[in-house]
Ligand binder design. Structure first.
Ligand SMILES: NC(=O)c1ccc[n+]([C@@H]2O[C@H](COP(=O)([O-])OP(=O)(O)OC[C@H]3O[C@@H](n4cnc5c(N)ncnc54)[C@H](OP(=O)(O)O)[C@@H]3O)[C@@H](O)[C@H]2O)c1
Length: 306
């Protein structure tokens, strides 16, 4: 029997990565998941046959043995990303320098595709460091490795997502939901559709270079929270914060270890996060996408506070 192809998934322990690993395992790939904390992510292994999924210790600040994780991989996928900076977690390092180095050492005789998860709106001129670092990462990846494919998703939702689950917690704690830039538009996409897109791109002989991944409906930030409230069968008053109040709130919140809002995120919220339609997306990949209204009630539940 032919040897199964090997795929390395950096960030395979994250929200999108975890959803992807199960699908890749079903397709029969051998999967390598480098992670900073392998002992926390052993649950990934039963998603495949014994020995099919390897979860390996990876020192994110030492690139000297990076080649060990990719030297026999036909496909390399990068799902590593962060939403805010910390002392040891800088956007430039995580979104730009890491994928830049990774693609500089890929052997094109071995690796046939590099799939890089960026973000919708990646732009060199943005005032947001996050958005600029995503753009710089894309640019470096494309310059270093010809067979790179960039995916730019809007907000991604699904079980254990970082968006609706966070607001679910807030709704449980607060009688009033304060929202900065409530009119900003988003085009959320279901994680099952994003991972289907990745599978299609792996299987296609000649995929496009950039895909924008936006779901079937556009919502304002406020409409997304209202949709969440409908799913939870709860009522909350939503207050649209004036800009200067939001800025003070972000200044204070970003001092916390896991901030809900930072000044950089306020910058991101200045622009709508919807597809430009200058690039192909789900439709061109033949994927029929699912709405928030269909999926959200299946996984979001009101939390009991103990
Ligand atoms: N989720 C969304 O709504 C969304 C929207 C647009 C774009 N994206 C992009 O899609 C990619 C995947 O998103 P996700 O939601 O799955 O991300 P995630 O769950 O937050 O985490 C992704 C991975 O990043 C690694 N990671 C986190 N902090 C790190 C750090 N300081 N240094 C090194 N590695 C770190 C983690 O690996 P270990 O802890 O195992 O080392 C984790 O598996 C990211 O690039 C993200 O920017 C996501």
């Amino acid at each position: 029997m032919a040897e199964k192809k090997t795929i390395t998934v950096f960030g395979g322990t994250g929200f999108i990565g975890r959803n992807l690993i199960g699908k890749l395992a079903k397709k029969g790939f051998k999967i390598i998941v480098p992670t900073r904390n392998p002992y926390l992510h052993g649950y990934l292994k039963p998603m495949g046959e014994p020995g099919q999924i390897e979860v390996l210790k990876f020192n994110f600040f030492d690139f000297s043995n990076l080649n060990e994780f990719i030297k026999s991989s036909e496909i390399v996928i990068n799902c590593i990303g962060v939403l805010f900076e910390k002392k040891n977690q800088k956007f430039d390092y995580v979104h730009h320098l890491f994928p830049k180095f990774l693609t500089s050492i890929l052997d094109k005789e071995v690796t046939k595709k590099f799939i890089h998860i960026s973000a919708l709106g990646a732009n060199k001129d943005s005032n947001s460091l996050y958005i600029r670092s995503k753009f710089q990462g894309e640019e470096a990846v494309v310059n270093n490795f010809k067979n790179s494919i960039i995916l730019r998703p809007s907000i991604v939702f699904g079980t254990n997502d970082n968006f609706f689950n966070l607001f679910n917690k807030l709704i449980n704690l607060l009688p009033i939901i304060p929202l900065a830039r409530a009119k900003t538009k988003f085009q959320p996409c279901y994680v099952g559709d994003v991972t289907d897109a990745i599978i299609k791109i792996i299987e296609q002989i000649n995929p496009n270079k950039v895909y924008e991944l936006g779901g079937p409906k556009i919502y304002t930030f406020k409409e997304l929270i209202e949709t969440l409230l409908v799913s939870l069968k709860k009522k909350r008053f939503i207050i649209e914060l004036p800009d200067f109040v939001a800025r003070v709130q972000a200044k204070i919140m970003q001092l916390l270890p896991n901030p809900l809002l930072t000044e950089d995120q306020l910058e991101i919220l200045k622009s709508d996060n919807i597809c430009s339609n200058q690039y192909p997306g789900f439709k061109e990949l033949g994927i029929s996408t699912r709405t928030v209204e269909i999926i959200l009630p299946n996984y979001i539940f009101s939390q009991v506070i103990r």
